[in-house]
Design a protein. Sequence first.
Length: 275
Amino acid sequence: MGIRLIAMDLDQTVLNREGKLSETTRRVLEELLEKGICVVPASGRPLAAFPEDVLALKGLEYAIASNGTAIYHLPSDACLARFSLSLQTAEQILGLTKGLPVAHEFYLRGKAWASADYVEHPEKYGAVGKTAEYIRATRSPFEDAGEFVRRHERDLDCMDVVVAQEGLKRKVTEEIVRSCRGIYVTTSDSRLIEVADERAGKHRAMTYLAKRLHIPAEGTAAFGDGDNDAEMLKAAGVGIAMENATALCREAADYVTLSHEKDGVAWGIRKILEL
């Protein structure tokens, strides 16, 4: 059984430092899609924040967004599965982080909202350069997090707690895991604590999609760089970490490819998967 589905993280994986697909990578992915291999971007980003050049790949049908909270069929603009975060959990986390030097993000049906101060001054929370530009371009601001989640309780995909201090991030993560039930917690960035319903996770979304398409686990491959990719690499028939991946992600992988700056996904497809 050959590889029939390839799930790939976006930032620091298939995208270069400019947040785009290189021409080499685009060409390789479109060749796979033309052959009938299912290429699936799998990101912590909400769908509305996916780069246009990724969504414009010829033949692209599926996308996994918000750390597996939502799975989309792109041609029909349909959400195949959504695992919403409960209002109770969101309010509990807001209570746990009240008074701390943090910001909050909420994803609502594929779109991102964030604390107004974070959108206006992302640098205060450790976001600089392209990351700060990305936040300003993709987040809509809100003033009162509690009022915001109550108003949108039926639309909550997931939430992030933005913590610039590493020590504080560790303590807050431990408290959330200890206090909250029915949640999935991960991270893709040194500043973020990413919280979703326990049914979420890129690995679960990839498995769901593979079963839907009648593709066995050994027919899947995955590329990633972050802690939030590690379980996906473990679940795939072939898990491939980027050269620039975190230690947890590299430990979960079967192979390591070149960095995202050296077309590592394209290289891994050709040299490791031999496609």
